[in-house]
Write a protein that binds this ligand. Sequence first.
Ligand code: GDG
Length: 498
Amino acid sequence: MSETAPDSADGNVASGTGDNSFVVVANRLPVDMIIESDGTKSWQESPGGLVSAVSPVLEKHQGCWVGWPGVTDEAPEPFRTERGVLLHPVELTQHDFEEFYEGFSNATLWPLYHNLIVTPEFNRSWWDAYRDVNLRFATEVASVAAPGATVWVQDYQLQLVPGILRQLRPDLTIGFFLHIPFPPPDIYRQLPWRSEMLRGLLDADLIGFHLESNVRNFVELCRGYDMEVSGEIKVREAGITITLPNGHSLGVGVFPISIDTSAIAATLAADTHHESHGELEQMHHNMGSPSTVFLGVDRLDYTKGILQRLLAFEELLDSGALDPKEVALVQLATPSRERIDSYRTTRSNVEEAVGRINGRFSQIGRPVVHYQHRSVTKDVLMRYYRLADVMLVTPFRDGMNLVAKEFVATRADSSGALVLSEFAGAADELTQAHLCNPFDIEDIKKAMLQATWGLKNNPEAMKERMSAMYNQVMEHDVDLWANAFLGALGALEQKHSV
Ligand code: GDG
């Protein structure tokens, strides 16, 4: 956990002078405020892929991050982190949290954009809250951004911000990046507020998506609204131009997000020290020294397919294809959106399966499934990645999935194997993984067995596969993603101002 201290001596702090030339706005700040029962307040890293990807970018630019501090009815003063990022908190009330965050963002948009894995709920008062909170975020950004600043709006919770910001501050250059999939138009069109939502987004100068298929869906939707679309889909470029009836034009492109490979390399290098003290061996020993360690690392979310991979593992143990004395599965499940019904159900199904599998196949003192419903530090997470023989990433749908890339980045020695869902965005790039259809338990089982068999019987071919994926991740890191997006945004800005 990284702790940051408010630094009220900073010149920018709390002044709201609008002198920030680069502003990122996201629903959450990269740190959450923790309030202990005695009222003591501290900060800890907030979970999730957006923070993992965007934090290193802002640290490099020494920019300003506008977002919610993770607790309701609290408005801490802006402060600068140890790494030089100015954090500008936006207050959310308990009502906002329930209706904007849990409601519209995570019970309407999240399932809608993830192809209806659960049924989205459409609730008019949640939409009102979404509009109110988007207005608040946009107003905060307008107050901190310098004249002519670049503002990078992040993700599905803030799709109205570009439109509001364009009204408030026509001088700004506005980029938008969607971290989750963009659904086929037929699904998007279920949204009762589809036109207003789309209109809000289209006031950006550049919209980025992870995948070509996301851009295709978006462009098809825009064509349905009689917008002029030109150009062709390009990767790391704004290949498509959309022109609105009012003359505003924007770029659209594929910008596959990635990970901070140099930070991972630094963590791994520092961890060599621990290894010399046998930390990794000790962890392996504590698990009962299994010959194959399977690993899952996910926010506990129904999109991630955690239950399906557990059921596949159970069937493999049941059939004797895997020997419970030889294998172990570690599942790290970070708590997420815990009050939403579908998340509660997912947790209870996962925990029931963990209990049942351990009841059926474990020895006393030697569980076959090691399950943790808490977050771990980045250092510890890296050690789990290193410990794993077979990484299991089996989402039903995922914008990208950084966990798959992080695991691969720990494999400079080309060891191990990755079982990866075809429906994770990362499958477009990590084509040497053992790909599987997460809706088909037989297919997950097949991929798990092929990976296990390959590591034992065909190590050279497995090394070639991992080495190809390692090179792919190393050559396409988060810097490339951010530089490509911001470069394309800068080029559009110049074009407009000529
Ligand atoms: C969204 C999209 C897209 C997980 N547990 C712990 C921990 N993590 C970190 C991982 C990774 C991140 O959280 C999870 O990122 P993912 O990409 O896998 O998934 P989402 O949170 O759903 O992210 C996704 C992403 O945005 C970026 O655009 O790839 O498709 O859904 O970095 O390492 N970190 C720590 N402790 C944990 O216990 N410290």
